[in-house]
Design a protein around this ligand. Structure first.
Ligand SMILES: [Fe+2]
Ligand SMILES: [Fe+2]
Length: 189
């Protein structure tokens, strides 16, 4: 090979072994187009089931918001004013989670259930009215772990069928994990 030919070969673009795989699945696209706006016969029942599960999560968030708020006020006169303030931050974040769940329930055609009559029974995590800070924090950590478990299960149940609800649940799952880690830190301090 002459020097010029060698140079020409060296400036050739490198082969891209993965480039052939950059193709859309046209059969899947055709299938979606053919389905058009047709609803699955069981879509209504599935959606109702999702709303029922989201309402249980909503009840859990509301009970968590109440428990944290109560803990914030009770802990205020205690040794750790900073933790008392953080408990209020958690209370407000759980309330924001409740609002996001309620919004999604309405988008799915359901009714968000805020009834105080049945709230405690519908919540996955209990209320807590203990008096010492350590017991309060332990109750909060336990509830956060329950929330992590619920959202993990819900994400798995929704699968790929409802990406909007799934993204919401994944987001809440991440925030509950952060809450749990914070509580573990405060308890260990
Ligand atoms: Fe929450
Ligand atoms: Fe939380």
């Amino acid at each position: 090979m002459t020097q010029r030919a060698e140079f020409a070969a060296s400036v050739q673009p490198l082969p891209l072994p993965d480039a052939d795989r950059l193709k859309l699945d046209t059969a899947a696209i055709d299938a979606v187009r053919l389905r058009g706006a047709a609803m699955e016969p069981r879509a209504g029942a599935w959606q109702e089931g999702v709303v029922r599960l989201l309402n249980a999560a909503l009840a859990t968030e509301l009970v968590c918001a109440l428990r944290y708020r109560r803990h914030h006020h009770t802990a205020q006169g205690m040794a750790s004013p900073k933790i008392a303030e953080e408990l209020l931050v958690h209370a407000n974040e759980e309330m924001a989670h409740a609002d996001r769940l309620a919004r999604r329930i309405v988008q799915l055609g359901g009714q968000p259930d805020f009834s105080p009559k049945t709230l405690a029974a519908r919540s996955h995590a209990p209320y807590d009215d203990s008096l010492d800070l350590k017991t309060m924090l332990a109750a909060d950590l336990s509830a956060e772990r329950v929330a992590v478990e619920i959202y993990g299960q819900l994400v798995a149940l929704i699968g790929t069928r409802d990406p909007t609800t799934r993204r919401l649940l994944e987001d809440l799952l991440g925030q509950e994990q952060e809450h749990a880690e914070e509580l573990e830190g405060w308890l260990a301090a």
